[in-house]
Write a protein that binds this ligand. Structure first.
Ligand code: ATP
Length: 243
């Protein structure tokens, strides 16, 4: 479970995140939705302890992201924005390496890699070196790496970037399965349809602030729009993010 309370982060004069608060519960999919530059990645980066907030606080499974950063890192799996993979290693080695960092070994580790390869449809390239992988193949490796230790909380920054239709469907199934298993899933996207198709809760971010949040129904009611697309446009004040 993730609880975020009035987080702020500036870069010079740019207020990237300007007082963001929300909760992301276990067994639910929460989407951070907003246009380019809204502050989604910066929010996620603070949650996965890459950036220290200027002020405000957040906890993941009751662990404070600043005071208990080691425990936070152990309880999350992260797909970072434009995640890189080690090009000299095969897909399997990339995933197994992260598994080892999380204490997995031997047959249990290889079985977990095989399970993820099945889930994400990676059999065709699992034994290939990552050099030359397509963006979608890299994303799948990075996603499998994020999930290898079966983390309770899963943070995904623009996970469908570079994925084709089939891979996007596969990713949605993975996310739904994580939800059914009781994980807390938080992902960012600038595509409203993607968030609407998957999320129980939506946090709309614009200019570093939360402009609306709640279930799709609650957001429709709060904005006075019957259609989620219109509600989103109203909340962020532009048509960015609609496809
Ligand atoms: N390391 C940094 N140094 C300077 N400015 C930054 C840095 N990281 C983010 N910013 C700025 O903070 C603002 C929010 O950026 P952020 O990456 O959080 O947005 P985003 O919602 O994830 O956007 P996108 O959908 O384009 O990835 C932007 O104006 C961005 O230029």
């Amino acid at each position: 479970m993730i609880q975020v309370n009035n987080l702020k982060k500036s870069f010079g004069k740019v207020k990237a995140v300007d007082g963001v608060s929300f909760n992301a519960d276990d067994g639910k999919i929460t989407g951070l939705l907003g246009p380019n530059g809204a502050g989604k990645s910066t929010t996620l980066r603070m949650l996965y302890t890459a950036f220290r907030p200027d002020s405000g606080s957040a906890t993941i499974d009751q662990f404070d992201i600043v005071k208990h950063s080691v425990s936070v890192r152990a309880s999350i799996g992260v797909l970072t924005h434009g995640a890189g993979v080690y090009e000299r290693l095969t897909a399997r080695e990339n995933i197994a390496y992260f598994g080892e960092l999380h204490g997995l070994r031997g047959k249990a580790l290889q079985a977990r890699v095989d399970e993820l390869a099945d889930l994400l449809d990676m059999q065709e390239f699992i034994e290939r070196r990552a050099k030359g992988f397509s963006q979608g193949q890299k994303t799948k490796v990075a996603l499998a790496r994020a999930l290898v230790h079966n983390p309770r909380n899963v943070l995904l920054d623009e996970p469908t970037n570079g994925l084709d239709v089939m891979a996007t469907r596969g990713l949605r199934q993975v996310i739904q399965r994580l939800k059914q298993e009781g994980h807390c899933v938080l992902f960012s996207s600038h595509v409203m349809q993607e968030v609407a198709a998957l999320c129980d809760e939506i946090v709309i971010i614009s200019g570093g602030k939360v402009s609306a949040s709640g279930s799709p129904d609650q957001i429709r009611t709060a904005t006075g729009e019957s259609n989620l697309e219109d509600a989103f446009v109203k909340a962020i004040g532009s048509e960015e993010g609609l496809v």
